[in-house]
Ligand binder design. Structure first.
Ligand code: NAP
Length: 466
């Protein structure tokens, strides 16, 4: 054991601890920044420690890979917050591809060394790494394509789809098992790769856009597990630890999101959810009542409790700073303002929390769905800003609705609902929202930033503040 080996192991130990602390800190907004910093330090230490490894023959290829990674990675970090889900999916796809390629390279290297190098232990790790890695690669690419709308977001279904998909995976695993015991049958290896790549595509195409967040965190779990297998292949303990952390946190997030939507994993993966479908309850012609910013400001001014429900539209409009100004205006009048946060509002977990934190809205004013719902009947005004699916009452009672069973924020139970959006177009799930047609709902049409800005102007004019 060389001196460098021991230093590397020590650095890996520190990096592992930092990864664990990073996850712990990331789980609360107050410590999240520290969590990010710990994660960055951990990854820097991991890469630095690996570069000290005694087995590195030349740095030429490593340097080239770093340059290519930087050229791709830096512009990726510039994407707007609304595009982070697809950016995350793309990162997972790169992670999956890297794991698959490392597994393939190791198989070829060991094959050339002779049959004794390809032990069943190594082959099992390689096969798991490659199946998970390659299916994560194409699956995540498809998820990214769906979210970016490069491919149709609706579920693409055909007859016996689930049977075909499961058969494909079973064949990939069966061929993988054969190759574990007969590793010299090298021509079976590309078959495993091809089947895994195809399975990744077929797994994702029947899944609707509304389920993509859950699918992305599930793919995150797969990428983590393939990294664990890669750790066994490369005999790298840090990769095993980091991959296990990645895999389990992805899995836990998927479970949380499934619970938030009242769905099971099987239903997300095989249920072809999110098909564009008009809800039976609102197919007949109904009219909506609209209000001006002036009317809305008056209603807000008279309220004692205002609950703001932000959604994807607030993110698109980048209205969070105007929302902060509105909060200040209402606050100055002694009106209690609370923000109701739905776990899947926006396009990524924590989307609303990040935006509201950016606008420096006090964190204790953000209330989770389960805590705010009992308070809804007490709210004088619920101000829905660019939220749609997460306040759709059809989720509670319309068994024919694709979002049936998804817990929602009970905006319809407030005394008055003010809904800000530009048109009557549906939200992410592609379905109409009966909340907008309710007797106690007033629509304030327009871009969220402009409308909330107008509300602030009205209030400051009326109250003489500013
Ligand atoms: P949503 O159902 O997608 O609705 C957003 C609404 O915002 C739209 O109806 C749109 O109506 C309006 N809007 C868009 N741009 C606007 C602007 N500039 N100003 C004002 N309004 C604007 O959003 P949501 O209620 O937040 O629900 C989230 C949905 O996304 C759920 O179905 C969830 O499952 C899904 N999803 C969530 C995540 C996650 O992790 N959070 C990830 C992916 C998908 P107009 O076009 O008429 O303005």
């Amino acid at each position: 054991m060389t001196y460098e080996f021991h230093v590397t192991q020590l650095i890996y130990l520190v990096a592992s601890a930092l990864f664990v602390f990073s996850l712990k800190w990331l789980s609360h907004p107050k410590t999240a920044r520290r969590g990010v910093l710990a994660g960055v330090l951990a990854m820097t230490a991991a890469v630095g420690g690996t570069l000290m490894h005694h087995e590195i023959v030349t740095f030429k290829w490593i340097a080239l890979a770093m340059v290519i990674g930087t050229i791709i990675g830096v512009p990726l970090s510039w994407v707007p917050l609304t595009a982070v889900p697809q950016r995350t999916a793309l990162s997972h796809s790169f992670g999956g591809l890297a794991a698959g390629l490392v597994g393939t390279a190791k198989y070829i290297l060991w094959l050339n060394e002779g049959p004794e190098a390809l032990t069943s232990y190594r082959m099992t790790a390689i096969v798991i790494e490659c199946i998970l890695g390659y299916l994560t690669f194409t699956g995540s690419l498809m998820a990214c394509g769906k979210l970016q709308e490069w491919i149709p977001t609706r579920p693409i279904t055909y007859k016996n789809q689930n049977l075909i998909n499961l058969s494909l995976l079973t064949i990939a695993v069966a061929v993988g098992v054969i190759i574990v015991f007969k590793p010299y049958l090298w021509w079976l290896f590309p078959i495993v790769i091809l089947l895994s790549l195809t399975f990744g595509v077929l797994l994702i195409i029947p899944i609707g856009g509304a389920d993509m967040p859950t699918v992305i965190s599930l793919l995150n779990a797969y990428a983590g597990l393939s990294a664990v297998a890669m750790g066994f292949v490369l005999e790298n303990k840090l990769l095993i630890t980091a991959g296990a952390l990645d895999g389990s946190s992805g899995f836990i997030l998927s479970v949380i999101m499934c619970r938030a939507m009242n769905r099971s994993f099987a239903n997300v993966l095989f249920g072809a959810f999110g098909q564009v479908k008009a809800s039976a309850a609102v197919t007949e012609q109904r009219t909506v009542k609209s209000a001006t910013a002036q009317d809305a400001a008056q209603l807000l001014e008279q309220a004692q409790l205002v609950v703001v429900v932000p959604g994807y539209g607030m993110a698109v409009a980048q209205a969070q700073h105007r929302v902060r100004e509105l909060y200040d205006q209402l606050n100055k009048r002694g009106i209690d303002v609370k923000f109701a946060i739905h776990p899947v509002a926006g396009r990524m977990p924590g989307h609303m929390n990040v935006l509201l934190a950016e606008a420096e809205i006090p964190y204790d004013k953000l209330t989770e769905m389960d805590d705010i719902n009992p308070e809804m009947p007490r709210a004088d005004v619920v101000l829905v800003i660019g939220a749609n699916d997460v306040v759709n009452p059809a989720a509670r009672h319309d068994k024919g609705s694709p979002i049936y069973g998804m817990p929602i924020i009970d905006a319809d139970k407030a005394k008055t609902c003010l809904a800000i959006k530009r048109t009557m177009n549906p939200g992410f799930a592609g379905i109409e929202n009966e909340l907008y047609y309710a007797d106690n709902t007033l629509m304030v049409f327009g871009d969220a930033k402009a409308v909330v800005g107008d509300l602030v102007k009205e209030l400051s004019a009326q109250g003489g503040i500013h």
